[in-house]
Write a protein that binds this ligand. Structure first.
Ligand SMILES: Cc1cc2nc3c(=O)[nH]c(=O)nc-3n(C[C@H](O)[C@H](O)[C@H](O)COP(=O)(O)O)c2cc1C
Length: 344
């Protein structure tokens, strides 16, 4: 029904307008209740313990879909095991000029150059606090952190610390986003000296806040780009291990167009099917070179059970989906989970 009737209707309109329309529907209570009615399906055999958390199933919503954490009840109702809200920056910002989101229906891809449009950490935190009481107890909420556009790279760690502290009580885990291609200079934060400063200062804060508010530290994941050299990846993995973070999210969108036929494309990050082979080779590299020292949340190009299986078989602990949800519709999560059970 989604692919035959709803998708063709939605795809007639501007992608960002449809995105905002959908998020608005999901942030009310009617839509999540309806989704729950049709899509609820959990099975204890899908549970996974990763880091300090137990996920009811390994399928998560990737960051960027719910930038202000307003639709968490919707993702819970769709049957995701977890959702990563954000990217949130300390101060609100508008992002890049529109249009800035483009579908590539022929290739199952999307190009976006949104540039961290979001309402800022104050509002984000209030939103999570407000919806959290309506979520199932076993639904996990990750918070994806970024820096504001005008923050200098040398001061970037302060931005991450600010939002980390603000959301410490409400987040189940944190992701440090140093890999979006649409904020100038952001990916330079993947360099050893910046990365070490960010991760070490966050882990120090993590320890301090642990004693103040709760009885456990929070898991920290690092989200990386798919466009790194092996030497760059080696540095990132070493700094991650040295700082004792829980794992890596592989990957964010790519600036490469090598997996698309020759042509002229919009600038921005490419996601979906054309990203899949690139993201999978990064996943393979991480597993081969770190063993079980870092958990990996695999992301990039998932649109079916087979895609999930491939990533889990390669060694991922969990997976995340963004573009596949737009092409396949909300029913895909239940379908994948049922196939996972059949394949046990
Ligand atoms: C429109 C759009 C916006 C995104 N915004 C963010 C973001 O704010 N933060 C982030 O870490 N990743 C963001 N991403 C990247 C996704 O989280 C994901 O890493 C990437 O799209 C690959 O997964 P997919 O092929 O399933 O879409 C965005 C992706 C898209 C398509």
């Amino acid at each position: 029904m989604y692919k035959k009737i709803i998708r063709p209707l939605l795809f007639d309109y501007d992608p960002e307008k449809i995105h905002n329309f959908t998020i608005n529907r999901l942030s009310g209570s009617l839509f999540p209740s309806l989704l729950k009615l049709f899509l609820s399906f959990e099975d204890k055999r899908l549970q996974r313990k990763v880091g300090r958390l137990t996920f009811r199933n390994p399928i998560g919503l990737a960051a960027g879909m719910d930038k202000n954490a307003v639709a968490l009840a919707g993702w819970d109702a769709m049957g995701f095991g977890f959702a990563e809200a954000g990217t949130v920056t300390p101060l609100p910002q508008e992002g890049n000029p529109k249009p800035r989101m483009f579908r590539l229906p022929k290739y199952g891809g999307i190009i976006n150059r949104l540039g961290f449009n979001n309402a800022g950490a104050d509002e984000f935190e209030k939103n999570i606090e407000h919806v959290k009481k309506n979520l199932c107890n076993d639904f996990i909420v990750g918070v994806n952190l970024g820096k504001n556009k005008h923050t200098e790279l040398d001061d970037a760690y302060q931005d991450y610390k600010f939002s980390f502290e603000k959301c410490f009580e409400t987040a189940d885990y944190f992701t440090i986003n140093v890999s979006s291609p649409n904020t100038e200079g952001l990916r330079q934060l993947q360099q050893k000296k910046f990365l070490n400063e960010i991760l070490s200062s966050l882990q120090k804060l993590n320890k301090e806040l642990d004693t103040t508010f709760s009885d456990t530290m929070k898991d920290i994941y690092l989200k990386i780009a798919p466009d790194l050299t092996e030497a760059e990846l080696d540095d990132i993995l070493q700094v991650s291990i040295d700082n004792n973070i829980t794992g890596i999210i592989a990957t964010n969108t790519t600036i490469s167009r090598d997996t698309l036929p020759e042509g002229i494309y919009e600038t921005g990050g490419l996601s979906g099917k054309p990203l899949e082979p690139i993201a999978n080779s990064v996943l393979k590299y991480i597993i081969k070179n770190t063993g079980n020292k870092l958990a990996v949340i695999a992301c990039g190009g998932i649109s079916s059970f087979d895609d999930v299986k491939e990533k889990l078989d390669l060694g991922a602990s969990l997976v995340q989906i963004y573009t596949g949800l737009i092409y396949e519709g909300p029913g895909m999560i239940k379908k994948i989970k049922k196939q996972m059970i059949q394949n046990l």
